[in-house]
Write a protein that binds this ligand. Structure first.
Ligand code: ATP
Length: 263
């Protein structure tokens, strides 16, 4: 099957530092791919390139559309990658609007649909049926994801007042509200307790199996990587040093030397 995304000989330099050094990889459609590697391997930089936060120094990032055509995302701005390619991410450090409720955070993620519907507001027609419909749909969509992620009870709680593990879940819910085709999660298990990690495993699997999402995640927690991923890409010094199914990666001597041996 064609992959959803192809990263082709990607290079990202910061002055004298080469954070990504000719990296090529494919993100299989409808599967969970984990990116692992030691600190400084270039994992977050890769996410920043895929999601348009950084403009790569060289190489290409291609999205394979359902109709078989290719779209070059390499020079596209971040907001267009999120909206048009529907590649959505979370961050290593939580970036919620702490003073807003959980529900409001999820509505912000759908601002584009609402902004489009409210264009008429400029003509003094804010309460048009079109705008009200868009608002209702955004609310229903947010409530559906809140229920799916077990967050209904905290819908009206300010996000900043929630325990850390719950905030991480809200981040995922917010990303899902942007209707991703590819969901990129930067260390989703960081800071979670064992129960929350186990719940994360269930959630990621359900997103793949029940919602048909493609997932790409960076993770240091090897139990999550081993439990949920279909495919693992191992990075070191901005390069791919190995890739394959999780079990094979656990046994790969180079992976053990570069990374797992450090555990
Ligand atoms: P970690 O597991 O610690 O999050 P990582 O694999 O995500 O690490 P990156 O954060 O991508 O690694 O960093 C890769 C290299 O690129 C590091 O040497 C880092 O210092 C450098 N780097 C990343 N972003 C920048 C930047 N904006 N400016 C300069 N150097 C950067």
């Amino acid at each position: 099957m064609t992959p959803l995304l192809t990263v082709d000989r990607l290079v990202m330099r910061f002055g004298g530092i080469t954070a990504i050094d000719g990296l090529s990889l494919e993100v299989p459609r409808g599967a969970i791919t984990a990116i692992i590697g030691p600190n400084g391997a270039g994992k977050t930089t890769l996410f920043n390139c895929i999601t348009g936060f950084y403009r790569p120094s060289a190489g290409r990032i291609l999205l394979h559309e359902d109709d078989g055509s290719e779209r070059d995302l390499t020079r596209l701005k971040g907001h267009r990658i999120a909206r048009e390619a529907r590649i959505v991410r979370t961050f290593q450090n939580i970036r919620l609007f702490g003073g807003m409720t959980v529900l409001e955070n999820l509505l912000v993620a759908q601002h584009h649909a609402l902004a489009q519907a409210s264009r008429f507001a400029l003509a003094g027609l804010l309460h048009t049926p079109g705008y009200r419909r868009a608002e209702r749909e955004a609310l229903e969509f947010a409530r559906r994801w809140l229920a799916e992620l077990g967050l209904t009870a905290v819908a009206d709680t300010p996000a900043g007042a929630l325990p850390y593990g719950t905030q991480r879940r809200v981040e995922i819910a917010r990303a899902l509200c942007a209707r991703p085709r590819l969901l990129c999660l930067d260390e989703p298990a960081a800071g979670l307790n064992p129960r929350e990690s186990a719940e994360l495993n269930v959630l990621l699997t359900a997103l793949r199996d029940e919602h048909g999402l493609t997932l790409l995640f960076i993770e240091h927690d090897m139990s999550v990587v081993m439990n949920v991923s279909d495919h693992v890409v191992v990075m070191n010094f901005g390069r791919k040093i190995a890739e394959g199914p999780p079990e094979a990666m656990r046994r790969d001597p180079e992976v053990i030397r570069a990374y797992l041996g450090e555990e």
